[in-house]
Ligand binder design. Structure first.
Ligand code: SF4
Ligand code: SF4
Length: 429
């Protein structure tokens, strides 16, 4: 076989070099959520890499339904990357495979319209997204999901499930362009506002700036920034993701800050990989690598910096659920736990399978609702077994998914972003 053979003229097809790093040892299988639920090799990391290889070799077409099905059922949670002793970069492989599928299977006019609306009109435009989120939350509060379910239509049920994921209220972010450090300055950073964070979890963005400022960090908020493109890349929309990445790089590169702070794990993981995303663009590759080197998750930055003063007491039994794109995508594990350990009175209990995806995974709970629900039920059962009244995490998708699962199970446990908890803790102090 010739190594130059690539069945489809698509720069984002999985490369032979990445595919060949897998030695098929199977050590990743126990950590794969879809393998845990479905128990079949083709829904394991090793099985999916084998499928990519058969497509690369031209033995199976990239638009074969079985290829699309098993690549589509992957969460892109990257737990297999953490488990793999051979350094397989699975996230890059699966996103390239999705791009490859998209390039050859020609989406229907309806799917193209949905992709354009979501990826071009909604996510990159925070005001449009904020208006959409406010309307959706109002529809949820007006019991629209109950009406939709009563319609007995499949689309109605799906729409109801999506509305039920939303929080009780959406807050758009309105912030000063500079939030000064309190006391002696220990750092200067820029805050990445994000699309969902900026239009639904605006309070968390404000809390992030407050907690950083309280710890001696000056926070800059630049306006021309846009969505990070993570959801686009996960859905195979690499060119759309690249366009957003270029806009963010241009927005932040002139700022004299030591770090770009991100409080959504999925965004941070994507932004740390801008160098890879734009590696074939000579005008942007070096700028993207320089940008990526400055990206830090808010918990990572604060954990490394250390809290200047202890926060106030929060007396509750809590668990920490690792967002996949923080733990597996960014390998940030110790810092969030160190921050939680600094909160007096917090009874931090162990959570079984804290490193396993909750089923949110970008748009996975929309595109694969049955599998997402199975994983969510597993997560909720583990939380309930822990006896926790508070679940702490650090990603908007996980927050909404786990809160919806707990509500559905009749639990009153609250789900909170770690930064919001620190902010509450400071105020309690
Ligand atoms: S990314 Fe997650 S779901 Fe996909 S193969 Fe790896 S462990 Fe399994
Ligand atoms: S991805 Fe890594 S752990 Fe999994 S089978 Fe391949 S080499 Fe082994």
């Amino acid at each position: 076989m010739t190594t130059s053979f690539l069945p489809y003229p698509n720069a984002d097809a999985p490369s032979e070099e990445l595919i060949s790093r897998c030695v098929h040892c199977g050590l990743c299988l126990p950590s794969c959520p879809t393998f845990a639920v479905l128990g079949v090799e083709t829904d394991s990391p090793r099985g999916r890499i084998r499928l990519m290889k058969t497509v690369w070799e031209g033995r199976v077409s990239a638009d074969a339904p079985s290829f699309e099905k098993h690549i589509g059922q992957c969460l892109d949670c990257r737990a297999c990357e953490t488990a793999c002793p051979s350094g397989v970069e699975y996230g890059k492989l699966v996103e390239a495979a999705r791009s490859q599928i998209l390039a050859v299977r020609r989406p229907s006019a309806i799917e193209r319209a949905i992709r354009t609306a979501a990826f071009d009109w909604l996510l990159p435009h925070r005001r449009v997204l904020a208006a959409f989120a406010t309307l959706s939350v109002a529809a949820k509060r007006a019991k629209m999901p109950t009406l939709l379910r009563a319609s007995r239509l499949h689309a109605g049920r799906r729409l109801a499930e999506m509305l039920e994921l939303l929080p009780e209220r959406a807050t758009a972010e309105r912030m000063e362009t500079v939030v000064p450090a309190q006391g002696a300055r220990r750092g200067t950073v820029a805050l990445f506002a994000g699309c969902v964070m900026g239009s639904v979890f605006g309070d968390t963005n404000r809390a992030t700036a407050r907690v950083l400022a309280r710890n001696g960090v000056e926070v800059h908020v630049t306006r021309p920034q846009t969505c990070c493109g993570a959801l686009h890349a996960h859905a195979g929309e690499r060119d759309r993701a690249r366009a957003l990445a270029r806009r963010n790089i241009a927005a932040f590169e002139g700022l004299a800050v030591e770090a770009i702070i991100v409080n959504a794990a999925g965004c941070g993981a994507a932004m740390k990989e801008y160098g890879w995303l734009l590696k074939d663009d000579p005008a942007w590759a070096a700028r993207a690598t320089a940008f990526a080197a400055r990206v830090r998750d808010a918990t990572e930055y604060l954990g490394d910096l250390g809290l200047r003063e202890p926060p106030g007491p929060v007396r509750v039994r809590a668990v920490y659920d690792d967002p996949c794109h923080l733990l597996h995508g960014q390998r940030v594990q110790a810092q969030p736990r160190a921050l939680l350990a600094a909160i007096p009175g917090l009874d931090l209990a162990p959570l079984a399978e804290a490193d396993m995806c909750c089923g949110s995974a970008g748009t996975y709970n929309v595109t694969q609702p049955e599998l997402a629900r199975a994983l969510l039920e597993r997560k909720v059962a583990n939380i309930q077994r822990s006896g926790a009244e508070l679940v702490v995490t650090a990603n908007p998708g996980c927050l909404m998914q786990i809160q919806a699962g707990l509500r559905r199970a009749g639990s009153t446990a609250r789900v909170v972003h770690l930064i919001d908890l620190l902010d509450e803790s400071y105020r309690a102090g």
